[in-house]
Design a protein around this ligand. Structure first.
Ligand code: NAI
Ligand code: 15L
Length: 268
């Protein structure tokens, strides 16, 4: 049967807030979890991913987990280690102990951020391109994907790792024209990832059907994902304001954008 009760970690964050609004229409009952209180949701569980007891209780009885909690930008190695590496391990251990069979994991384009972006006419970047994290943050997403593979091979827990591009209400940069995942397409993709049969551990890119797409959505489409949106209507205005991406500019050369040379909060 299709999963119905889903634990949403990171429910207070930007993407968590968008998905709290959109996923119920796909038939889900959400249990909410975040280190900070979720506004207007008195039943949400307020706990850190370091709290293994709270995690065990949170996953008990759910059909699946949508794991969005974690540090979502570059930070110090120590903070990334605690929230994204140990935190994701704690979540998988709780799922194993409580018999939860499906996790959808929020990976990121920054797991492959140093991969050159394809110029016009070059093939789209495949999901099995060698990983080239652009930050400690991206490195933690590579860890999460490998952890997911291990828990499938060893414990039979299925995961779809979604290398999310940029999921915000609207694209705000020229780079985002290629990466953008509209919130409605995000909900469609997470729904497909929660319900598709026999996924084992599957890696997909998470974007809308953008005209300027850089990566291959075929593994996402194979789950049943049918994106409905395209960033192109935003292109003329953003390009007029910011100019086209230039291949000779290091911050424009890789999938990870400016994170490759000047990542936010880089501890120099
Ligand atoms: P966000 O920073 O707005 O939300 C993250 C949430 O996780 C916050 O509410 C925070 O309190 C919670 N959190 C952080 N550390 C925690 C811990 N140790 N224990 C419990 N909760 C903790 O980030 P956003 O944009 O909502 O992203 C959600 C997830 O998706 C993140 O894992 C991020 O890396 C990933 N992602 C998001 C993209 C996007 O376009 N929004 C792109 C690529 C990946
Ligand atoms: C991410 O992984 C971040 O979590 C998100 O805030 C955006 O910065 C996104 O990547 C991006 O590359 O635009």
């Amino acid at each position: 049967p299709a999963p119905r009760t889903v634990l949403l970690t990171g429910a207070a964050g930007g993407l968590g807030t968008l998905m709290r609004g959109l996923l119920p229409a796909h038939g889900y009952e959400l249990r909410l979890f975040d280190a900070v209180p979720v506004e207007g949701e008195p039943d949400a569980i307020t706990a850190d991913l370091a709290d293994t007891g709270a995690l065990r209780e949170a996953v008990r009885g759910v059909d699946a987990v949508l794991h969005l909690a974690g540090i979502s930008l570059e930070s110090t190695f120590e903070k990334i280690l605690r929230a994204n590496v140990e935190g994701t391990y704690n979540l998988y251990e709780a799922a194993r102990a409580e018999g939860v069979g499906r996790i959808v994991y929020a990976s990121s384009n920054h797991a492959v951020g140093y991969t050159p972006r394809p110029a016009g006419g070059e093939p789209l970047v495949p999901v099995d391109t060698p990983r080239r994290p652009d930050t400690f943050y991206g490195l933690s997403k590579c860890f999460g994907e490998d952890l997911a593979q291990l828990y499938w091979d060893k414990h039979g827990i299925e995961t779809v790792s979604v290398r999310i591009g940029s999921c915000f209400p609207e694209p705000t940069t020229v780079r985002m024209l290629s990466l953008w995942m509209s919130p409605a397409d995000g909900a469609r993709l997470f729904h497909a990832a929660l319900t598709a049969q026999g996924v084992g551990h599957t890696v997909v890119y998470g974007s809308s059907a953008n005209t300027r797409l850089w990566w291959d959505l075929s593994s996402a489409r194979a789950l049943g994902y049918e994106p409905q949106d395209d960033s192109e209507p935003y292109a003329a205005k953003l390009i007029a304001e910011q100019g086209e991406l230039r291949p000779d500019e290091p911050d424009h050369a890789g999938l990870g954008g400016h994170w490759v040379s000047n990542p936010p909060l880089w501890p120099r």
